[in-house]
Design a protein around this ligand. Structure first.
Ligand code: MG
Length: 383
């Protein structure tokens, strides 16, 4: 018996181990540019590794989730958000007999296209790019993996598989994209749907945690939110008197667990009822099969409404977003006025991508830290 487990073995095992409706690496629709496959890694393992080794992935460390990096070392940034989201998605995918490595690859790539300063940066680029084809962070993630990562001699991008790209794209491609995109279907595969929920469970809970840590959210106001109140009481019953910080941490732990467990159980029931025999059956069904029970869906919505009202629209967050929009907007306009300010590799892309798009790609790729420093040097800004 060969002591080394090869890709062929992993591929065979997937056909035995995974559900019929899971995506199998051995049945991948392949990459844009044909490459010999790896002897020991499946196509999705290899996608995951390419993403983790990319420049854009490392830059996630200095990109905002809600709090700009200099506000404190304990807040989530896009890198730690991505890691939390990927672990949650992997757990869900594994429990449902889906392809864990595909779900993982999709989550690890899902925020690569995020601008500096979170959605504030995205909003201003959307406005500035209105006449030039628009801007959207999901599309930008696809641009990063398909066009902007620069490490191969014969093609642009990371040359990921069709399935990972399908997951990054989420809802099909509504925009102009210079290379062929995966065919639009009613829904993406289950692994991509799970990736979406891993993202949502992660950010809902860690934004709550960071909001409380920052003092922008008060624990008393959360008493009005049913899912928080009931979980807090259950934690009190289970643990008895414990220090406040332990109590709060345990509520977050329980909330993540409650949401992920409900998602797995509800989705498993729906999958059993739908009696699907392939990943293509999933893609053809108009409604998403991955989801919460109606009760948890309602409670989760209430919690998210609370976060929008109390955290994302908190005057301090709004103020910091306004300054962030100025930084991103000023930089974009400064490069538009004088392209000589751009690095040579960006200027080289202008011929192929157009000036506005090349600048948007460059600005979107910046970390908060780099954007603040560039703004200070070029425009005398101070953030
Ligand atoms: Mg995310």
């Amino acid at each position: 018996m060969n002591p080394v487990r090869t890709r062929a073995v992993f591929e065979r095992e997937e056909f035995e181990r995974l559900a019929p409706f899971a995506v199998k690496s051995g049945a991948s629709r392949g990459r844009l540019h044909a490459e010999p496959e790896h002897p020991y890694r499946t196509v999705f393992q290899r996608d995951r590794d390419r993403i983790v080794h990319s420049l854009a992935f490392r830059r996630l460390e200095y990109k905002t989730q809600v709090f700009v990096y200099h506000e404190g070392d304990h807040y989530r940034n896009r890198l730690t958000h991505t890691l939390e989201a990927s672990q949650i998605a992997r757990t869900i995918a594994r429990s449902l007999r889906l392809n864990e490595e595909l779900a993982e690859a999709v989550v690890l790539a899902h925020d690569l296209g995020h601008t500096p300063f979170g959605h504030a940066g995205e909003r201003i680029l959307e406005q500035l790019m209105k006449e030039h084809g628009g801007f959207d962070h999901n599309r930008q993630s696809l641009r990063v993996v398909d066009l902007l990562e620069d490490r191969y001699p014969c093609w642009r991008g990371l040359n990921l598989s069709a399935e990972t790209r399908e997951g990054i794209l989420k809802h099909g491609c509504r925009w102009e994209h210079p290379v062929p995109v995966p065919e639009a279907t009613a829904q993406p595969c289950l692994e991509a749907q799970v990736a979406d929920f891993g993202d949502e469970i992660a950010y809902t809970n860690h934004d709550l945690d960071d909001g409380l840590r920052s003092g922008l959210l008060q624990p008393e106001t959360l008493e009005g939110v049913a899912i928080w109140r009931d979980t807090a009481r259950a934690v009190t019953r289970r643990l008895g008197p414990v220090p406040e910080r332990i109590h709060r941490a345990q509520i977050i732990v329980s909330l993540i667990n409650e949401l992920a467990t409900d998602l797995v159980e509800t989705t498993a029931e729906r999958l059993a009822a739908a009696a699907l025999s392939s990943a293509d059956d999933v893609r053809a069904i108009p409604q998403r099969l991955v989801g919460y029970s109606p009760e948890i869906e309602k409670r989760k919505r209430e919690l998210k409404r609370f976060l929008y009202r109390e955290l994302y629209n908190h005057p301090r967050v709004v103020g910091s977003n306004q300054r962030a929009e100025e930084v991103v907007g000023d930089l974009f306009c400064a490069y538009r006025n004088d392209v000589r300010g751009l690095p040579v590799q960006v200027r080289e892309r202008i011929a192929e991508d157009g000036e506005a798009r090349a600048i948007a790609d460059y600005v979107a790729g910046m970390t908060d830290r780099f954007a603040i420093e560039e703004h200070r040097q070029r425009l005398g800004g101070s953030l």
